[in-house]
Each structure stands twice: as structure tokens, then as C-alpha cells.
Design a protein around this ligand. Structure first.
Ligand code: FAD
Length: 497
């Protein structure tokens, strides 16, 4: 209720927020979570909570009147369609030089992501979080995060035999014939459930094209892991469809938190205030950065330092497709859950996940999302005239990523005698260089915050999400975000609570 006082308020319900809520609640501390997106716990008229990738409806996008599919063309034709404006689950947030895809709803990115749960190679960790003790991370916090997330791996025998991973086996063959290490990648998807889907004994999700706009079954999203355990403590309340707009010191101590209640068209139906003794910023790299930059610039949190808003990167994301020969079909049946990648990080600065293209028809295409060592870092700034936060990323900054991804695919194309697809991102466009799925940074650890995510100058304020990580994790980021949150909350509990 408006005007209430709470001991801890967590902004956002993604990985960082869910870890904070669970561990605080386990320690006996009541937690209030505020989430701008919907709860995603109620089926629509079709009996499903989420819509499929091939039939996007109002549930697909956050407040758009037209879909904005990451792969927006096929054989040169645009595939986007009109939809009713609604607080859908996937936000394609547009900045001047990049579209940043993010999950909206209770569970954050876990609602829409591929669930690829990759722990970085230890030799790369110093480049990911240079001021964090790697020994502790690899002995305690990465294992804790993997257990909490329910990470598992595809059964190798099933992988070899199922038609649903033919595309990944083709990807392996091509990687290996060019001498690249091919690695299996763990995932939070329930692999036993997927095998049951293939056997036809349960409703299909990964095998029915569900992913980008949510999985109705099979995926261990945060709703089914950390947030379920947090709710079971009886100490965690979650308020969906409320967007935090301000956090400022309260006169009697603690912080006044302002929020807007939204309806499903995105209209503000009420504004509310409450007081929190402590606040965790867990609104994701973009959400937390936008809030902190605005609050510093407008004087609400004047003592935040000048590092706020800096150090933002796209995890080097770049996409491409290759056209295979007719004797290398990738299959009309494709699981939406990727399970393998090509590791050329050390030699070429690229780790490419072999991604599905689940169109239901044979495309003879191999599709890849590469994570690359892109060195560019962008900054969020407050645009007072427009009343919004801008990001100064430039599309041309993807060029190093393209060069790094080419260290893999030029060689594969040369070995196989194949070419890039030029029809997936626009006519005659090879590279998907306009987007990222992996925003990171903006409130970097030991720069904008101290070594545990405390915001200096404002006791009781913490950052605990992907904004702590300086722009790149060398692999998909969710496990590292979770493990860092586990580390920080474990160290904060005995000292600050
Ligand atoms: P988020 O998970 O983004 O959570 C932040 C939450 O805060 C959101 O729910 C948001 O709605 C809410 N919020 C924001 N602002 C406010 C506000 N002002 N008030 C209230 N609430 C607010 N990573 C992997 O490791 N493996 C993958 O396979 C993978 N695939 C991906 C596929 C897609 C399509 C996308 C979009 C992402 C993918 N990712 C993947 C990335 C991963 O999901 C993110 O890195 C991760 O979710 C970030 O976690 P977080 O805790 O920092 O924030």
C-alpha cells in the first residue's frame, strides 16, 4: 500500500533480484519486490500463458504495435506483423545505435531467454570481473548458482539420435571439419521434459517453437527456481505492473521509493510512494543504469559517483546465418533450446552458439549467435530536454565483433564451399549487428559501486544485477550474473544486515 514502510525493497525480479530476495528471506528478512512487467501466471483464452514464436499476439512485445523480431526478414521479406499494444513479455528497447532485447515480467530475462547456462572458462574470468576472487567464485558461487538455477545438460545419446538436434549435429560437423573446438552447453531447460516432448507424452514447448515470447512448459525460469523458493519462505511479496521511477533519501532515514502502477496498455493508473530502509537495484543492466543516471542527474541521489552509466557493453553479440548444401539439411524439426557452441575465444575472440531456426520448414540454413570480445563500451547519459536516458552506442562499433565472428565462419565457409545467408536481417545483409540480447554494465563493480555492490555515499543502496559486469562475460551471461549476486549477498548479509 502507498505510504508503507518496508525493510528491503528490490527493484526488478530477474536473476540479481531473485537471488537477493531468496537469500534475504532465508535470513529472516521480509522483502518487497517491485516489477514493471506482468506476473505471467495466468493462462489466456487459448489456455496458454505465453504465445508461440511463429504466432506472436499481444502477449509477445512490451508496448509495441508491431512485432520487432530479431530475425526480421526471411528470404528477403519482412516477417513482422501488427499486434495490439500490451505489456507483453519481450521488450525490444531502441537506443540510437542498438536495440536491446530484455524480458519484462516476474522472472525478468529468464522468461524469454534461451536458458543457456554457461560458466566462463576460468582462464577468462579475470577479464570478466577483474576485482573478484576467482578461487571463491569457482569453488563456491558458480556451483551455488548452477544448483539454484537447475542447470543440466542434454543426454549425449539422445542428442546423437534425435531429429530435433540435427541442426546442432550439422553445426558440429562443420565446426570440427574446420578444426574448431565444439562444446556442449548446459541449459536450465528440463532435458527429461524435452525427451518426453519428443516421445509425445507431454505438451510440447521447446519442440513447438516456444522461446522468445516465453515457454509454457519445460523451462526452469526463475518463477520455478529462485522465486518459487523465495515465495515459499512466506517473507517475499511481489508487486507486478509497478515501475519504480525514483529513489531518494527520506527525511526520517531510509529511502522514499516512487512508482507508477501500469495497466496492460501501459497507461499509468496510479502513482505510489513507500519508504524502504534498504533498496536493491536489480532492474537489469539497462533498467538500473537508466534509474541511477537519472537519479544522479536530477539530484535525487546526488552523491552517486561519475562512474554511474559507464562501462556498458553488448557482450559482443552478433548474429549470422550460413547457407548449407542440399546434402546438409538442418531439419524441419528444431528444438528452440540451443545445446552447443563453437569455442574460438582464445584464437579469434568469438564463442558462437549453434542456434535454431525453428521455422517448421527445411531452410538448409545454419544460424549462429556469436559472443565476441568487442572492446567498445558505451555510456548512458541524462537527456534533460527529452526527459530520458540516452545510450551513445554506435552501430559501427559492431565491426570488431563481425571480424571476430568471421574468424570462425569465413573458415567454415571456405572448408565447406558455402556462403553466408544474405536474407535474414534485410535484403543482402549478412550480419545481425543491430541488436543485443546480453546488455551488461552501467554500474560496474568497484567503479560505480564498491566490491560488494554498495552505492557509495548512499548507505543502504545496492546494485545486484548485470549492470555490475563490465560489458562482457566471454559466454552467455546469466550464470555469471547469478553467481556474482550469490557472492555479494552472502558477504553483505553478515556485515550489513
Ligand atoms: P533482468 O533479468 O533483465 O531483470 C530485470 C527486471 O527488472 C526485469 O524483469 C524488468 O522488467 C525489471 N525492471 C526494469 N526496470 C524496472 C523499473 N524501473 N521498475 C520495476 N521493474 C523494473 N543469457 C544467458 O546466459 N543464456 C541465454 O541463453 C540467454 N538468452 C537470451 C535470449 C534473449 C531473447 C534475451 C533477451 C536475453 C538472453 N540472455 C541469455 C540474457 C539474460 O536473460 C540476461 O543477461 C539476464 O536476464 C539479466 O539478468 P538481470 O538480473 O541483470 O536483469
Amino acid at each position: 500500500a502507498s505510504g508503507a514502510r518496508v525493510p528491503v525493497l528490490v527493484i526488478g525480479t530477474g536473476y540479481g533480484g531473485a537471488v537477493a530476495a531468496l537469500r534475504l528471506a532465508e535470513a529472516g528478512i521480509p522483502v518487497h519486490m517491485v516489477e514493471m512487467g506482468m506476473a505471467w501466471d495466468t493462462p489466456g483464452p487459448d489456455g496458454k500463458v505465453f504465445c508461440g514464436t511463429l504466432q506472436p499476439d499481444h502477449r509477445s512485445y512490451w508496448l509495441r504495435t508491431r512485432t520487432k523480431a530479431p530475425l526480421n526478414y526471411f528470404i528477403g521479406f519482412p516477417i513482422d506483423r501488427d499486434i495490439p499494444r500490451y505489456t507483453g513479455v519481450l521488450d525490444a528497447e531502441e537506443f540510437a545505435g542498438i536495440t536491446v532485447y530484455q524480458g519484462r515480467g516476474v522472472g525478468g530475462g529468464s522468461l524469454v531467454n534461451g536458458g543457456m547456462a554457461v560458466t566462463p572458462r576460468r582462464e577468462n574470468f579475470a577479464s570478466v570481473l577483474p576485482t573478484v576472487n576467482a578461487e571463491e567464485m569457482y569453488s563456491v558461487y558458480y556451483p551455488r548458482a548452477n544448483a539454484g538455477l537447475g542447470v543440466g545438460a542434454v543426454d549425449p545419446a539422445w542428442f546423437e539420435s534425435t531429429p530435433w538436434y540435427q541442426y546442432a549435429r550439422v553445426g558440429r560437423k562443420h565446426a570440427q571439419r574446420s578444426g574448431f573446438p565444439f562444446v556442449f552447453v548446459s541449459d536450465v531447460y528440463d532435458w527429461d521434459y524435452m525427451e518426453a516432448e519428443a516421445a509425445g507424452t507431454v505438451p510440447k514447448s521447446a519442440l513447438a517453437g516456444e522461446i522468445l515470447y516465453g515457454n509454457n512448459h519445460g523451462k526452469r525460469s526463475l518463477q520455478r527456481t529462485y522465486l518459487a523458493r523465495a515465495a515459499a519462505t512466506g517473507r517475499v511479496a511481489v508487486t507486478p505492473l509497478h515501475k519504480v521511477t525514483s529513489v531518494a533519501p527520506a527525511s526520517g532515514g531510509g529511502y522514499t521509493v516512487l512508482m507508477e502502477q501500469l495497466d496492460t496498455t501501459g497507461a499509468v493508473v496510479a502513482t505510489k510512494a513507500l519508504t524502504a530502509d534498504r533498496v536493491f537495484f536489480a532492474a537489469g543492466s539497462v533498467g538500473t543504469s537508466k534509474l541511477l543516471v537519472k537519479l544522479k542527474a536530477t539530484g535525487a541521489l546526488p552523491r552517486l559517483n561519475d562512474e554511474v552509466g559507464r562501462g556498458w557493453g553488448d557482450n559482443g553479440n552478433v548474429m549470422c546465418g550460413r547457407a548449407n548444401h542440399m546434402w546438409d539439411p538442418t531439419g524441419t524439426r528444431q528444438s528452440t533450446i540451443p545445446c552447443a557452441g563453437i569455442d574460438n575465444w582464445a584464437a579469434g575472440g568469438a564463442f558462437a552458439e549453434v542456434a535454431p531456426l525453428p521455422t517448421g520448414i527445411e531452410t538448409y540454413a545454419s544460424f549462429y549467435l556469436s559472443i565476441t570480445a568487442n572492446p567498445h563500451r558505451a555510456r548512458f547519459t541524462w537527456n534533460a530536454a527529452a526527459g530520458r536516458v540516452d545510450l551513445d552506442w554506435q552501430t559501427a562499433w559492431k565491426q570488431p565483433s563481425i571480424t571476430m565472428a568471421r574468424s570462425i565462419f569465413d573458415k567454415i565457409n571456405s572448408t565447406e564451399g558455402t556462403i553466408y545467408r544474405t536474407d535474414l536481417f534485410g535484403a543482402y545483409k549478412i550480419w545481425g549487428d543491430h541488436l543485443t540480447y546480453h546488455p551488461l554494465g552501467g554500474a560496474v563493480l568497484d567503479r560505480a559501486t564498491d566490491n560488494l555492490g554498495r552505492l557509495p555515499g548512499h548507505p543502504g543502496l545496492y546494485v545486484i544485477d548485470g549492470s555490475l559486469i563490465p560489458g562482457n562475460t566471454t559466454v552467455n551471461p546469466l550464470v555469471t550474473i547469478t553467481a556474482l549476486a550469490e557472492r555479494n549477498i552472502a558477504k553483505l548479509l553478515p556485515t550489513d544486515f
